[in-house]
Design a protein around this ligand. Sequence first.
Ligand SMILES: Cc1cc2nc3c(=O)[nH]c(=O)nc-3n(C[C@H](O)[C@H](O)[C@H](O)COP(=O)(O)OP(=O)(O)OC[C@H]3O[C@@H](n4cnc5c(N)ncnc54)[C@H](O)[C@@H]3O)c2cc1C
Length: 443
Amino acid sequence: MAESVKCNNLKIYIFNIIVSISILYYALSGLASKDHYKVLVLGGGSGGIAMAARMKRKVGAKNVAIVEPSEVHYYQPIWTLVGAGSKSVASSGRPTASVIPSGVTWVTSKVAEFDPENNTVHTDSGKKISYDYLIVALGLELHYEKIKGLPEGFEHPKIGSNYSVKTVEKTWNALKNFKEGNALFTFPNTPIKCAGAPQKIMYLSDAFLRKTGKRSKANIIYNTSLPVLFGVKKYADALWEIVKKRDLNVNLRHNLIEVRADKQEAVFENLDKPGETEVYKYEMIHVTPPMGPPAVLKGSSLEDEAGWLNVNKSTLQHKTYANVFGIGDCTNLPTSKTAAAVAAQSAVLDRTVSRILKKQTPDKTYDGYTSCPLVTSYNTVILAEFDYDGQPLETFPVDQSKESRVMYHMKADVMPHLYWHGLLKGLWGGPGPYRTIMHMGMK
Ligand SMILES: Cc1cc2nc3c(=O)[nH]c(=O)nc-3n(C[C@H](O)[C@H](O)[C@H](O)COP(=O)(O)OP(=O)(O)OC[C@H]3O[C@@H](n4cnc5c(N)ncnc54)[C@H](O)[C@@H]3O)c2cc1C
């Protein structure tokens, strides 16, 4: 009898432990997926992760969440070198879980709807999340489908695009299998990220074809929608010199509208002669797709008339909602969309949010700093750095419009480290302070 009572007591004791563990487990799960955060970050790309890391230091990890659907985070700038065969695509990606700052909640969904009047967003999994402060870092969208014949044309060989992880290795395949004919490179009729990338792959292809003895069989053509080769005169002048020296053909105001991949033909419209089109045969083509703002912004009160996130160009604060901020490619900041710009913006936004958290007015101003390492061969780079006004804002006390081996090393080896261990940890806010030191306080 006494034995049986002891046994029952033990069973009750074990049952109670199981129930307690279950309650604790659900309580913790509930906490993990709570529906209100002091700081909510939308997008876990360059800007989103950098800001989450910075906000974690301000308000504590448990008060920060990131909404990001992708399992892999990519360092996109290295895709230029992947397309040219000098880096592997695997080296560009890391699990998203490994870049989310520890303790910060990762909501693996897409944001589907904004409700800034009620400080709330809705996700595609039906979750409603509210916030005190919202940081929008949704990047931009690629629109291959706006070119007739794409994206299905990528099923054929001879065509690639460094702008997507799905097509970047196709660029290298087209280049290494090049035999004879036209090598075409395009720039679309929309704002894009890294406006130098469409021509960097042209210079690398030229260098590759020279190295492999095929250059005399190639006619290299850069058809761009823009009226200029590059937006900043100092660097454009240097690039025109290279184009002439290397016998590269540049056609301004030419916009790709169709790819007939089965026939290896590309159709361009002449933007200065409406209705006039030209067909080019190709042996290889690199396509830079049209790009646009995140579709989810459309129809929300957060967008400007062109669909980009409508922020103050100095403070990065939303023009209507004082507790909403933006960073990176999704914003209407009138500067070139790059990770380098994101770095400089992250330092300013960090300061802006800190001041607002203390009920003070923002006092740090973003000058539009952006940078584009214009890769001109397998061992040279022109390091363009400039501000909102297109004025050079160079870090080093040398003429950066000259091709440099050191700058190539910076692009290929140093910048990836700065990205993974500096920017994404919220520790790299751009070269501003170093510029001042390098120029002995004169810049
Ligand atoms: C080929 C190439 C070369 C480049 N070269 C350079 C260079 O040399 N130097 C340089 O500085 N920059 C370069 N860039 C540009 C740079 O990579 C981008 O400007 C930078 O990554 C922008 O950061 P972001 O945070 O704004 O956007 P991203 O890093 O693109 O991140 C946006 C994130 O938002 C997520 N997202 C999208 N929609 C939703 C949604 N509905 N809900 C939740 N999350 C969503 C995406 O999954 C993504 O993770 C290059 C880019 C390319 C493609």
